[in-house]
Write a protein that binds this ligand. Sequence first.
Ligand SMILES: [Zn+2]
Length: 55
Amino acid sequence: MAKFPEAMSRVFKNMYICMKCNARNRGNTGKVPTICRKCGSTSLRLKKKGKVTKA
Ligand SMILES: [Zn+2]
């Protein structure tokens, strides 16, 4: 599989992980999700770039 750094950064740039339930919350461009869509927690962090963890 070829590497697409730009695409990858685009994907991870708007990806937020809930620190409570680890749900992936996707933010729209220019918009940051401040609340987890799953558990409603406001503890969200940006997904680390480059590290893809399959859980
Ligand atoms: Zn959550």
